[in-house]
Design a binder for this molecule. Sequence first.
Ligand SMILES: C[S@@+](CC[C@H](N)C(=O)[O-])C[C@H]1O[C@@H](n2cnc3c(N)ncnc32)[C@H](O)[C@@H]1O
Length: 117
Amino acid sequence: MRLLSRDEVRSVYDAFGARQDSQGWYEDVPLAELKEHMRFQDAEFVLELGSGTGKLAHEIVTELTPAGTNYLGLDVSPVMVNLARNRLRHCGNAFAVVGDVRAPLPLADGSVSHVVA
Ligand SMILES: C[S@@+](CC[C@H](N)C(=O)[O-])C[C@H]1O[C@@H](n2cnc3c(N)ncnc32)[C@H](O)[C@@H]1O
């Protein structure tokens, strides 16, 4: 099996865009299970790797963490980052940026309290 390159992944998700949100038929069950195991009640700074359209991000910021928690989503697809930014536009302290999880993260060591991917 061959891994997709960063450019191939970006191109797939840029083209897929908002249709990602219609993938609940296979994503909702594992996401619900993931959320059950997330212990983010004491989170100060959440980093999400592959933040997509910001669907999970919005739940993290509005339901799963204390008010005022910092959130940063990282995604290789500029289209996904724009969708996430739009979804998070009313959430303070929540941002999404373009980046590759395989590259050094744009954060200082020890600055993040919780990571989800
Ligand atoms: C299944 S989607 C994530 C769904 C997301 N949790 C949501 O709520 O929309 C996977 C995401 O990972 C991103 N991704 C894949 N490989 C990546 C990489 N190497 N670095 C950063 N993001 C990556 C894709 O662009 C895509 O948006």
